[in-house]
Ligand binder design. Sequence first.
Ligand code: WTA
Length: 656
Amino acid sequence: MSETAIESILHEERIFQPPAEFAASAHVKSLDEYKALYDRAAKDPEGFWGELAERELDWFEKWDKVLDWQPPVAKWFVNGKLNISHNCLDRHLTTWRKNKAALIWEGEPGDSRTLTYAQLHREVCQMANVLKQLGVQKGDVVGIYMPMIPEAAIAMLACARIGAVHSVVFGGFSAEALHDRLNGAEAKAVITADGGFRKDKVITLKEQVDKALANNTVPSVQKVLVVQRTGEETHMEPGRDVWWHEARQNVSADCPAEPLDSEDMLFILYTSGSTGKPKGVVHTTGGYNLYSHMTLKWAFDLQETDIFWCTADVGWITGHSYIVYGPLSNGATMVMYEGVPRPSNPGCFWDVVEKYGVTIFYTAPTAIRSFIKAGDQHPNARDLSSLRLLGTVGEPINPKAWMWYYQVIGDERCPVVDTWWQTETGGFMVTPLPGATPTKPGSATFPFPGIVADVVDLDGNPVGNSEGGYLVVKQPWPGMMRTVYKNFERFRRSYWEHIPPKDGQYFYFAGDGARKDEDGYIWIMGRVDDVINVSGHRLGTMEIESALVSHPSVAEAAVVGKPDEIRGESIVAFVILEEEYEPTDELNKELKQHVVEEIGAIARPGEIRFSDDLPKTRSGKIMRRLLRSLASGQEISGDTSTLQDRGVLDKLRGGA
Ligand code: WTA
């Protein structure tokens, strides 16, 4: 973000008070109430979280101790026993919610399905029993590679029910990326579908699974459970592949939820970091259940009659916490949509809002910016009066997009809730509470009760108002990640050592830069590490560089983000070719396609620039700061004295 953009944000003077009628019936009704909750949690975190855990969740056995904190290792609700699938399903069946819609699903081609809590419970039990039949046991890892269909949620809940650990891989990742993630997690089984519909095309997921598992290169995978979605002809590997619609005929719909330890692993979710390989973020059962439940309830003011639609994919943490676990644990009705806005139907999101009377809508700034571009006529042609709250996540929202969302979609009636959080945090961390917090366009406002967030320098000292610093969290919280799968050292290094502990105070380093304004509002400035954010998707520059250098023509590659009006950032790759290769348009295209095959379409570089050299320090480190300036066409500013060969810059500029 440029300095002028930062300045304009810091001088943002518009403040939007929570609407009085909204506040009157909200879970948290005023700023004073928020402050009281915040202070209570800060003074007595164990009392605060313990009471909520007791009130909001069912436990098979109560914990001995709320928190055991041996930094950076946290154990929450020590020795407590529960099952998140029980909390999401069974406990609602003894109430009127039994026949309440749990999941309203809309397929891209226009087909739809609604599952009540009782029906969802039945399907989850059946899938859990099928998994057992396939040999999946407590503690085994199950890969899930699915389109956005109800069975994606059913698969996650079925794993949780029997204590298997799910590892969902976004359906847009390539076979190669899937292969790496299944191997990394040593998955024993995979749940997938023949395919799905995306942008009016059929995507063939099972084919990708076959490629990922080819020649027994993921030896841990013994079984593949395949859901029929498209009905296209699909190869089934004898002895390995099983159709869900056939297997379910032979199992009962009764499968009691396994009592799990609060700290039993619930899922692994891979996410990009600043080094080459994605990290397997590990979340456990009790703390995650409580945290995804409470954050949704308070920050989106979830009420019994709400129809909640989160547009994320279940392949990301937003889908985990706010399509599946948070809404179901609260007994809410959630909407799930297979499609995305596309040229044949740019107003499809507003159709879904109108058709189902969505009351809470949650999407990303990149989507909002593309709605602005598509034109107001699309939302204006639909009845959006059911909406009462609008959420946003994934990247900093620019004030212009915030205002459009507030005015055009929310009719100046709906609070806008900008939620800052991460795969690692399990749930919202910095967010307004809509009945309590006055909002400023572009600020995620204040920390959630129980979250001790701050903006500090590299020594851990708080920076002054309006000065840039690093966003950190200074106390453990129930939804925090517990480790990097099978790599505790990487967990420690990536999150707890950037800002070294001081006098027993540990700092969770989020990887984001931030500022606080004179009123204490937090403004997230974006990543300060080598992670870029393209359309709200997190991508490690080194991951893309590794993909590029795995092509025989590439000797060296450096990838940076460049500001993009719609996507937030776009990917620019600087590539040095091996001597025998010529920089041609064809090779340029081929390299982009190569990245798509190695990672997935979300990582396709917007631009590849061939060059003979890259700006490096005398010790051989690529100077990305300079590449970023070059990519965005800015003047090179700041210190270049450590640059080894100044001529490189002129060459690169000339070639741009
Ligand atoms: C960015 C997504 C500004 C941030 C839930 C973070 C945001 C990364 C916001 C995590 C927001 C997410 N304002 N930036 N409201 N929400 N981010 O793990 O850089 O996919 O570190 O989790 O997205 O991305 P992740």
